[in-house]
Write a protein of this length. Sequence first.
Length: 239
Amino acid sequence: MEYGMWFVVIFALIYEPIFGYREFQKFKVEVKTNENARVKFYKNSIIGLWVPTIFIFLLIGFTELTVQDIGLSMPSLNTQTLGPWVTYIVFAIALLYTIGILYYSIGYHYSYKISEKMRQVRQKESDSTSFLEILPVTKREKEVWNYVSLTAGITEEIIYRGFLMFALSFLFPDLSIWVVILLSSILFGLAHTYQGLVTGVIRTTIFGIVFSILYIGLGSIVPLIILHFLIDYLAKLGD
């Protein structure tokens, strides 16, 4: 099991930050001339996320690692590990954020005012953020993006929250929980280098820290999978 853990840690440290970034740079060139570039990129991304996830499930099947070890269990409140103040504050932030996501996701389909506001925001962001080229435009791209969002929600939470936090604690038992949170969140941030080598990585690292605190407070990654999916799903709206 230990060798398998090291494999996933090294994979997370190298594959997405380096090869994923290089593939995105190729995509940025290809998307200008190839109308199928986004769908192709989406499918490759789905495969790239499921490969390490399947490997993790193989570890569960052939070693003493369990689904509970990687957070696939029923939620149960835990305020002792990080303290009630930190846990409840992050809970409140996550709740407000989730309400906002649901408000805009539903409002986009039923309110012209909300949909128009989202289009304006998307237009402003597209003028200053290069990675928005990845977002879907056509009906076909949006259909495939749904699978990208679902894949990211499931696999990234399994890899970066459930598995890596357990693996880092197992491989380095002397590390404090905050160091484990920080390291796993940095690896999560590095997986999003396409969003910007500095700002993108920092932003997603912060998201990783918040999600890690939620995971510890809830004792399960299942609610995080749902929230992660909703965040990515919202990104396709506002075209």
